[in-house]
Design a binder for this molecule. Structure first.
Ligand SMILES: *[C@@H]1O[C@H](CO)[C@@H](O)[C@H](O)[C@H]1NC(C)=O
Ligand SMILES: *[C@@H]1O[C@H](CO)[C@@H](O)[C@H](O)[C@H]1NC(C)=O
Ligand SMILES: *[C@@H]1O[C@H](CO)[C@@H](O)[C@H](O)[C@H]1NC(C)=O
Ligand SMILES: *[C@@H]1O[C@H](CO)[C@@H](O)[C@H](O)[C@H]1NC(C)=O
Ligand SMILES: *[C@@H]1O[C@H](CO)[C@@H](O)[C@H](O)[C@H]1NC(C)=O
Ligand SMILES: *[C@@H]1O[C@H](CO)[C@@H](O)[C@H](O)[C@H]1NC(C)=O
Ligand SMILES: *[C@@H]1O[C@H](CO)[C@@H](O)[C@H](O)[C@H]1NC(C)=O
Length: 313
């Protein structure tokens, strides 16, 4: 039945298409003596191949597969321009076509019409397409100041519609939200860390994470009076908790101390700042102030380097 490829048989082709339009346009019930079969829905995953099979018979004159109202195949003539659609079998038993790499848009009703010398028949089948979840819109990593209200968003596509859940990986006991939007009011420094969004729909799972950085002003957590012996080494330490990390300044009474002066060394690494005297002299004893600063504020603490006599051995 390759009539439509051949111009010389154009009228046959036109007749065939008129027949198909007739079959499609007529309410199926009203066709005298017609038989209509509704097959079970076919559920297929996105990307897979689906076979559409329809029974024939030895008295078939015309047959076609349609996607909604457009003809995919009329007999062995392909009407669809979609390269994913192809003929698998056409014989007295069956008329089978396949659709490869199925996508969302292919979901819908497919109808096979069969015209025989006795009566027309249709077979319809509904293709349902399942799509695994994919997180398509996720908040970017954010940096906020302590006390801010934070909203994280996670939107996912998929079929059936995925459900969304949030988890805070840095602290398991806290927080479990089932919403696309995760609202954290007045975030604390303990709220900093990794948040995980999970989208699930029974077909698959997608998981993505977002990091929140919470900035806060320095707090000095460590620093105490230190005893040192003349002529020996002495070390003052100052530790500050801060995000971003603090810069440190040291003062003796009201004078700022700079690195490299008078046999002293000032080294700050991360949260810790160390002031080292390689050879403690009388003038070194006294009151020191450590000042930790970041863009959100500062904090200071004072402690003494005091004279401690060498232990008798
Ligand atoms: C087939 O799918 C359609 C559309 O989702 C639905 O309305 C219908 O109930 C389903 N039929 C069967 C037999 O599952
Ligand atoms: C079926 O029809 C829909 C709507 O016109 C279209 O988007 C889809 O690509 C078609 N699928 C096939 C396999 O023809
Ligand atoms: C992501 O969400 C934002 C905020 O609701 C919206 O403006 C944006 O269009 C969304 N992007 C996509 C790709 O859906
Ligand atoms: C945070 O939200 C609360 C209400 O939930 C509001 O009262 C408060 O003003 C908000 N704070 C900021 C910094 O926007
Ligand atoms: C430490 O300083 C004192 C006084 O300035 C000096 O006499 C001594 O040699 C120094 N010791 C060392 C190990 O540098
Ligand atoms: C050390 O200096 C600080 C700041 O100048 C002052 O507040 C503190 O009382 C002083 N401590 C002692 C023991 O003198
Ligand atoms: C040290 O902190 C006190 C308050 O705790 C503040 O009054 C003072 O000005 C601070 N000193 C410096 C040098 O920032």
């Amino acid at each position: 039945m390759s009539v439509c490829r051949n111009l010389s048989t154009f009228s046959t082709c036109a007749a065939l298409s008129l027949w198909i339009l007739f079959v499609v346009a007529w309410p199926v019930q009203s066709q005298l003596g017609s038989e209509n079969k509704v097959m079970d829905n076919i559920t297929v995953r996105q990307g897979e191949t689906v076979l559409l099979r329809c029974e024939q018979g030895d008295t078939v004159t015309h047959t076609a597969w349609l996607n909604r109202s457009s003809i995919l195949y009329a007999g062995e003539d392909k009407w669809s321009v979609d390269t994913r659609v192809s003929l698998v079998a056409l014989n007295q038993m069956e008329f089978t076509i396949k659709i490869e790499n199925v996508d969302m848009a292919d979901e819908g009703l497919y109808v096979c019409t069969v015209q025989t010398s006795t009566r027309p028949r249709t077979t319809s089948v509904y293709i349902l397409v399942q799509v695994p979840p994919k997180i398509i819109n996720l908040s970017r990593e954010i940096v906020v100041n302590e006390g801010s209200n934070v909203t994280l968003m996670c939107q996912a596509s998929g079929k059936p519609e995925p459900s969304i859940s949030w988890n805070f990986l840095s602290n398991s006991e806290d927080l479990a939200s089932e919403e696309e939007l995760l609202k954290i009011s007045s975030i604390s420094r303990q709220g900093a860390g990794t948040y995980e969004c999970t989208a699930v729909n029974g077909i698959g799972t997608d998981v993505q994470t977002v990091d929140i950085t919470v900035n806060y002003a320095p707090t000095i957590t460590e620093g105490r009076d230190i005893g040192a012996t003349l002529g020996q080494k002495g070390v003052l330490e100052c530790e500050a908790s801060a995000v971003p990390e603090a810069d440190f300044e040291w003062y003796k009474d009201d004078r700022r101390i700079f690195n490299g002066l008078n046999g002293m060394e000032l080294v700050s690494t991360g949260a810790l700042s160390k002031l080292t005297f390689f050879n403690v002299s009388d003038g070194d004893f006294g009151n020191y102030t450590c000042l930790a600063i970041n863009k959100l504020g500062s904090s200071n603490t004072s402690f003494l380097l005091y004279s401690q006599f060498r232990m008798a051995t």
